[in-house]
Ligand binder design. Structure first.
Ligand code: FES
Length: 141
């Protein structure tokens, strides 16, 4: 029996929406302390709808497949709907993950929520504590 579904292998080998969105409206970065894997999500939001999404995942194949599938599931969706996305739904859309790999799909759920929260914070005029400023993000001043 294959350990990973065809869909997991497909999204691992050919991940959708990989990359960075410059001037993203929301950025979320999460990591798993045990395995050390890191996932970063970038959202472009227009009228409370996700018009574009990209990710960078430094992690295992299941994390890459989960991020890829999760981005496909929230692209074009209203924020309220994206906020409801669960890791179980991501894993189901991938036709399942082995039990000990379910935490990889949790990263995808958390990265999306963190990016949406970042957007909400920016909207309220607050700074983004989670997004570390690297090499001068304050270029517009
Ligand atoms: Fe850490 Fe998959 S093993 S995210």
């Amino acid at each position: 029996m294959a350990l990973y579904s065809e869909k997991v292998m497909d999204h691992f080998r050919n991940p959708r929406n990989v990359g960075v969105i410059e001037n993203a409206d929301g950025v979320g970065e999460v990591g798993n302390a045990k395995c050390g894997d890191i996932m970063k999500m970038y959202l472009k939001i227009d009228d409370e709808t996700i018009t574009d999404v990209k990710f960078e995942t430094f992690g295992c194949g299941s994390a890459i497949a989960s991020s890829s599938m999760a981005t496909e599931m929230i692209k074009g969706k209203p924020l309220a709907e994206a906020m409801q996305l669960t890791n179980q739904a991501v894993a189901e859309a991938l036709d399942g993950l082995p039990d000990y790999k379910m935490h990889c799909s949790v990263l995808a759920e958390e990265a999306i929520k963190s990016a949406i929260e970042d957007y909400e914070r920016k909207k309220r005029g607050e700074s983004s504590p989670q997004v570390k400023k690297e090499n001068g993000e304050d270029e517009d001043s």
